[in-house]
Design a protein around this ligand. Structure first.
Ligand code: HEC
Length: 128
């Protein structure tokens, strides 16, 4: 029963092999976030501003929530008048854009739309 917390601490210890656990672990690329910014202008900006999804407003709603929840909210329910019209590459790029807007660090691997992966990532704004 004691092994689990020790194992978690070992993962947090900074070994390069550790799987990502939060949005601070470099889980999307700069290119992907940039693509997401363009998609946001095209598909989302008529109803939203990125300010709604950044800073304190974002942290209040999404801090500590699995990344899968944000991804699915976008992929399955947005745009409100055309739900489900975004493909996985679009929905992941939009999610990456929102993470970048919250000063989350970029990494080398694009954000995946794999739900098992996304469920294991906790949304963690840098300021929280
Ligand atoms: C036609 C208007 C419209 C468009 C276009 C639209 N949305 Fe929304 N979106 C809404 C409304 C209205 C809500 C709030 C609905 C609710 O919470 O019941 C919402 C809610 C959301 C939420 C949840 C907000 C939160 O903090 O709980 C996210 C995330 C989101 N939208 C992302 C997007 C993205 C990304 C796009 C572009 C692909 C998009 N939306 C396009 C109208 C729109």
């Amino acid at each position: 029963m004691r092994a689990a917390p020790i194992f978690v601490l070992a993962l947090l210890g900074g070994c390069g092999e550790a799987p990502p656990e939060t949005t601070l672990d470099g889980i999307f690329t700069a290119d992907q976030a940039q693509r997401g910014a363009g998609l946001f202008d095209t598909h989302c900006a008529r109803c939203h501003s990125i300010q709604e999804f950044s800073g304190r407003a974002f942290a209040t709603v999404w801090s500590g929530v699995p990344a899968s929840a944000l991804y699915l909210r976008i992929a399955n329910t947005m745009p409100l008048d055309q739900p489900g019209s975004l493909g996985t590459p679009q929905a992941t790029a939009l999610t990456a854009h929102i993470f970048a807007a919250n000063d989350m660090p970029v990494g080398e691997t694009p954000l995946s739309g794999d739900l098992e992966f996304l469920t294991g990532i906790l949304i963690t704004p840098p300021e929280s």
